[in-house]
Ligand binder design. Structure first.
Ligand SMILES: [Zn+2]
Ligand SMILES: [Zn+2]
Length: 401
């Protein structure tokens, strides 16, 4: 028996450089082996709270695992999708920083067993040139595998009363008590650290740290300006300190985040609303920077990010922006200074090796990412989403048990 699922899936339009998520397709899933009950927080309407509802998950396929979710972080991208700035098909179960315990592993899964502790990250196809080069965050099928509401092959993983519910968000949909994930986005982690603390490693923390450690290969005495002191920006700051970058400037409007940035080792912090010209302020303090990191997704901030660079400096665009956001650059200025601008997704991380590495840094006391986290009960997920949106919490994490 099959169930028709009406959903939308994305493609990258090279002409307009925008994601097109408007294509309508009919997807199917078999329900012959559905049997796992779970509670999921379903996003039905951008203007309504998420609703807690009973759903049913299939058993995992050969290359998948069924996971009891213990905790999930809330990332800015969850909000971007909830509010349809990136229009995923609703109703959908969001959540993409899941951590939990393996309940069942598919027949082809070799390195995961029931009882293993895992952190979930983004999904990828495993076969395209990017995946083959261990850069899965640039997977040619990234949109289909992470935002379409179903698996990359178009089949669904979750249903309710005989009707399909869009899930498999980032290969997981972790705003639920159970999830199905692919072995490619399931990362086995140590059991001696609390899973609830490790959840944000799957996206936000990995993105910030990976930008510094993987993408830019920042090293000792490199200067850096980080625009945006949220979870991604402060994770980048911790990674920059770890490799000895110096000096580091953090530009952030919220006072408590500037204070935390200083505690985590920033040399200077700037309130962008308290100075006349942020770029001039950076030049006055440190004379320009080798690396600037754009974590806000705001085009005007991206322009400042480029302008703050020294000759031969690199600007990293990391913050998710509205689909039509653009930034203009002066060609001769770029030519004459040898500057670079690079877009970065998920810190160029291969999660199965990078996340265990970050955990080792944490264990050595060199990467205290737990300082960013506030815990909420799962029932308070809507409050946690609000706290993410209004800046009250840098990294809210909901606990399922
Ligand atoms: Zn791929
Ligand atoms: Zn994210």
């Amino acid at each position: 028996m099959t169930i028709a699922i009406l959903t939308r899936y994305g493609s990258f339009n090279e002409n307009s450089s925008q994601f097109d998520l408007t294509t309508i397709g009919v997807r199917t899933m078999t329900n012959d082996n559905i049997r796992h009950e779970a509670t999921a927080a379903i996003a039905r309407d951008p203007s309504e709270p998420l609703t807690f509802e009973q759903v049913t998950l299939q058993s995992p396929r050969a290359d998948e695992v069924l996971i009891k979710i213990v905790a999930s972080g809330i990332c800015h991208t969850d909000l971007v999708c909830l509010y349809q700035e990136l229009p995923v098909p609703l109703p959908m179960v969001l959540g993409h920083e899941g951590a939990g315990i393996v309940v069942e592993a598919g027949s082809a899964v070799k390195d995961l067993s029931p009882g293993d502790h895992v952190v979930l990250s983004f999904n990828s196809c495993g076969e395209c040139p990017s995946c083959e080069h261990e850069l899965p965050s640039y997977c040619y099928d990234f949109m289909e595998n992470n935002f379409s509401g179903c698996r990359g092959d178009g089949t669904g993983t979750m249903e309710q009363n005989g009707e399909a519910v869009n899930a498999n968000f980032f290969g997981q949909s972790s705003f639920a008590t159970m999830a199905i994930a692919n072995v490619r986005n399931t990362v086995k982690v140590r059991k001696d650290l609390p899973l609830e603390m490790l959840a944000p490693l799957g996206c936000g923390v990995q993105t910030g740290a990976g930008t510094v450690l993987n993408s830019l290969s920042v090293t000792v005495a490199n200067s850096m300006a980080i625009f945006g002191g949220g979870a991604v920006g402060l994770s980048a700051l911790m990674a920059a300190k770890l490799v000895g970058a110096d000096p580091i400037v953090v530009v952030e409007p919220l006072a408590d985040r500037r204070a935390l940035a200083l505690e985590l080792g920033a040399d200077h912090v700037i309130d962008p609303f308290a100075v006349e010209n942020v770029v001039e302020e950076i030049k006055k303090l440190v004379g320009g920077v080798d690396f600037s990191l754009e974590m806000t997704g705001i085009p005007a901030v991206a322009s400042q990010c480029v302008a703050a660079l020294k000759p031969l400096g690199t600007c990293a665009l990391v913050g998710a922006a509205p689909a039509d956001a653009e930034v203009s650059i002066n060609i001769m200025e770029m030519l004459a200074t040898g500057r670079k601008i690079v877009g970065i997704v998920e810190g160029d991380a291969e999660p199965r090796t990078f996340i265990p590495q970050l955990i080792e840094y944490y264990d050595e006391g060199r990467f205290p990412f737990d300082r960013l986290i506030d815990f909420f009960p799962f029932e308070a997920l809507n409050e946690a989403v609000e706290a993410q949106g209004n800046g009250q919490s840098i990294k809210p994490v909901v606990r399922m048990g």
